[in-house]
Design a protein around this ligand. Sequence first.
Ligand code: NAP
Length: 330
Amino acid sequence: MSGTFRGFYINQNEGGIEQEIKSVSLSELAPHEVLIRVHFSSLNYKDALSANGNKGVTRKFPHIPGIDAAGVVERSSNAQITAGSLVLVTGYDLGMNTWGGFGEYISVPASWVIPLPAELSLLEAMSFGTAGFTAGMSVDKIVEAGINPSDGPIVVSGATGGVGSMSIAILSQLGFDVCAVTGKPDQAFLHNIVGAKSVMQREAFFEKYNSKPLSSADFAAGIDTVGGEMLSSMLKSVKHQGVVTSCGHVSSPELHTSVFPFILRGVTLAGIDSAEAKHALRVKIWNNLATIWKPKYLGEMVQEIDLNHLADKLDELLQGKAKGRYVLRH
Ligand SMILES: NC(=O)c1ccc[n+]([C@@H]2O[C@H](COP(=O)([O-])OP(=O)(O)OC[C@H]3O[C@@H](n4cnc5c(N)ncnc54)[C@H](OP(=O)(O)O)[C@@H]3O)[C@@H](O)[C@H]2O)c1
């Protein structure tokens, strides 16, 4: 392949990790079936880990991170995917050890490619990105369990983060009352834009729900994005036949719990793995995100940035300071 493209290029040398915006030859991309001109990507916690050399995410350097990409097919050797079509790719190995959406081009296997739903723009697709898709998978677990708005409020942790804010916005779009649990003092974003009905500070949540083996059953279900004490508290706070989803570990990968939520309240702990979600589930979730789940204020939850702002925003994510979602426009 001839030609070059710009990307956020990560290299590793004796001095540690080096990040630079660089022009790279298209021939350096792995020779997969589909070449995509990326118009938008988005920032996720995992990208911040990859860009800082976390070996649990990326082992091979040099590397271009970006677990999300949306754009136009430039070339394809797969009959189902035609040049010129609008597509999105999230998860699998994208941005991990396969060069990702922080470059203007990606080359991926055909099985990773999802056609962009007609009701979604490329920008909207990346406003959701992996965070929105993971939120969608979490909401799907709750809805598929038969839980509906009349069963009571849903609690969501990491509320101002990507997965947390998207989960609240989707649930609120579906008519659920949501209690947002956050470590940040400012509540206006959560109430006015994301759509939370109530907001609780993280420490107050622990105090109320983590002191006894079971606490008052105040929620129909929970979406936990941070792990550790938050997940164990949440398990104690949901009603009979409730569902608690677990997708993240920004607080801790540990889970200390008794069996009481499971054997006395029939609570289900549902794991979420968006990276390896099956194709049919992906299509279902993206179609819902494009239509009945699309939040009213999706545009306001997102800030657009370019390659020059990427390093600073990834640092914000690592420090837990980000609010809402960042979309990268190429
Ligand atoms: N399993 C999957 O498929 C999957 C997919 C996507 C993401 N994830 C994981 O889900 C987690 C969240 O991802 P994200 O993209 O939403 O990240 P994010 O945008 O960085 O949001 C994380 C949020 O967690 C809260 N937080 C930060 N530090 C915390 C701490 N020490 N204790 C408790 N809460 C803390 C903060 O919100 P508040 O200040 O509002 O509390 C922060 O904004 C990450 O662990 C990520 O790797 C997993």
